[in-house]
Every structure is written in C-alpha cells, then in structure tokens.
Design a protein around this ligand. Sequence first.
Ligand code: NAP
Length: 251
Amino acid sequence: MQNLVSTLPRRHILTFALVLAGALPVASIVSKPGFAATASKPKIGIVGAGRMGGGLGSALVKGGYEVMFSSRQPEELKDLVAGLGARARAGTVEQAAAFGDIVLLVVPYSAMPGLAKQVGAVLAAKPLVLDVSNPIPQRDGDEASKALEEGPAAYLSRLMPGVKIVRGFNAIGFTKLADPVLPGGGKLGVAMVGEDAKAVDLATTLARDIGFEPVVIGPLSLGKYLYRPSTFFNGSQSADQIREIAKTIGK
Ligand SMILES: NC(=O)c1ccc[n+]([C@@H]2O[C@H](COP(=O)([O-])OP(=O)(O)OC[C@H]3O[C@@H](n4cnc5c(N)ncnc54)[C@H](OP(=O)(O)O)[C@@H]3O)[C@@H](O)[C@H]2O)c1
C-alpha cells in the first residue's frame, strides 16, 4: 500500500485517502484521467491481433490498460508492441488467454472450435470474454453458418460452456478506433449485448475508456443483429441513434 501511494501523483493522494476513509466511491479513483491506470484497470488479453484486434489493443494501451496481443506467430507482433511502449506485450494465444483478466476474441469464426479446445476452460474462468468477431459464412464457412443459425453467443456458449460473453464493437470499422468521433463532433456510439452484470459493466467501462459511448441494446440473443450494416448498425452512429434503432429490432 505504501508503495502504491508513493507512486501516485501528488494531486491523487487526497482522493486516495478519502476513498480509503469511505468518503468517496472507488470510481472516483479509476475515472480520474491521468491516474496510474494500470494499477486499477484489468489486464487485457487479445486473441487475434489483426486489423481489428491490433487497433482495439492499441486504443486500450493508450487508454491505460496493460495488453497482451497474441498470434500463432507472436514474433510477428514485435513491431506493434515496440511502438506501443511498456504496457504492450506479445505472446501466444495461450499466454494471452492466461494473462488477461478480460479476453477479447477478434478472429474469424472458423477459429472458434480450435480456440475452444485450446483455451475454452481458461476463458470460462474470466469475468468477461468480449466477442468482437463476426460470423461471415463467405469468409468463415460452416462455423459462421452454424453461429448465425444458433446466434453467435449461443454458439460460443456451446463450444465454451461457462464463458461470460459480451458482444460489442462488431460494426465499428477498425479505422475508427483511433479517433471514435462523429463527423459533427461527439462520441461514436457502440452497440453491445450481454447478460452477466459484471461482464457488461467491464465491457462498457472499457468502451468508455477508449472514447466510445456504449449502449447495451439487450440480451445476448440480440447479438446476431450487431453486424448487419445495411439494416441496423453501421459503425458511424451516435449512442442516441443506436438506442432508436434498437427499438426496431425484433419488431
Ligand atoms: N476489420 C474490421 O474493421 C472489423 C470490425 C469489427 C469486427 N471485425 C471482426 O473481427 C474479426 C477479425 O477481423 P480483422 O479484420 O481484424 O481480421 P484480420 O486482420 O485478418 O485478423 C484476423 C486475426 O485472427 C487471427 N486468427 C485467425 N485464425 C486464427 C486461429 N485459428 N486461432 C487464433 N487466431 C486466429 C489471426 O492471427 P494470426 O496472427 O495467428 O494469423 C489474425 O490476427 C473478424 O471476425 C471480423 O469480422 C472486424
């Protein structure tokens, strides 16, 4: 404790003391910009460090999170992590799954059966697995068709029983991650679905920390609507627009 306090910027020491005394909520620490964020934020493991996983992980590192990116060839992530500094590291899929308090899945759906065998049991112990992946049959074949038929979250829960899933960022193009603002100003909204209260809280906090305004549109069964660009979400909408569109889903 002494060490933690001694590393705090002077302006945060009073806040910290008030929290310890019960006079302020813990949120008053974690929401302060500039706070030594890594001491209070969950660690992130990313499975799939391509365009979307790489972009999300980079935004999270900049937002104060410690992130382990992973690849089946982790040495190929050397330049990415070197450019992001001390909070970023690279590892194997198993290492990232073990490292993360929260794990992001950012892969083609064809990878899911293999990942379930490889790290499913590890993921089941996490408070949040954020599924950013989209089942696209033209790209991912049969597994995507099955996931669309069952619903992506039901499909993942069958492969990886016990996993606390939130789906989110599915319609956000990776180019928006570094600067998630609307053309006229204001934050970009991000639609999410989830049921486990703690998982949803972690996912929405993470989205806010990288500059998005999250909107939880409902339970996991609505997850199949998150990537339907022409009909529902297109990744360029405000939180209010997402709320309006959400009212029309399933009607
Ligand atoms: N691109 C976007 O703007 C965007 C936006 C929202 C959602 N998404 C969704 O996010 C997912 C990834 O899209 P992307 O555009 O980032 O694709 P990408 O650039 O091709 O990257 C895919 C990643 O998946 C990993 N991967 C593939 N098969 C794997 C397996 N069997 N086991 C473990 N990792 C595996 C690859 O890692 P290796 O290094 O091991 O090859 C690679 O890093 C897709 O489901 C996509 O629909 C994409």
